[in-house]
Design a protein around this ligand. Structure first.
Ligand SMILES: [Cu+2]
Length: 56
């Protein structure tokens, strides 16, 4: 994704917001497991903007 610097992401599994803006994202999981998520803005992943979703 780093190759897409400056590109707006408009895919249904992600959302891009301006500072102060809010939005909603719905992820439907079909199996149990641990899934990673992260911010794709340049430098944000490296700064720790990531996490895990545990689905039981
Ligand atoms: Cu970010």
């Amino acid at each position: 994704m780093r190759k897409m610097t400056g590109m707006e992401h408009a895919e249904p599994n992600m959302v891009t917001l301006a500072p102060g803006e809010s939005g909603e994202l719905v992820w439907r999981f079909t199996k149990a497991g641990t899934f990673d998520f992260a911010c794709l803005q340049p430098g944000h992943f490296e700064a720790g903007m990531m996490g895990k979703v545990l689905v039981k």
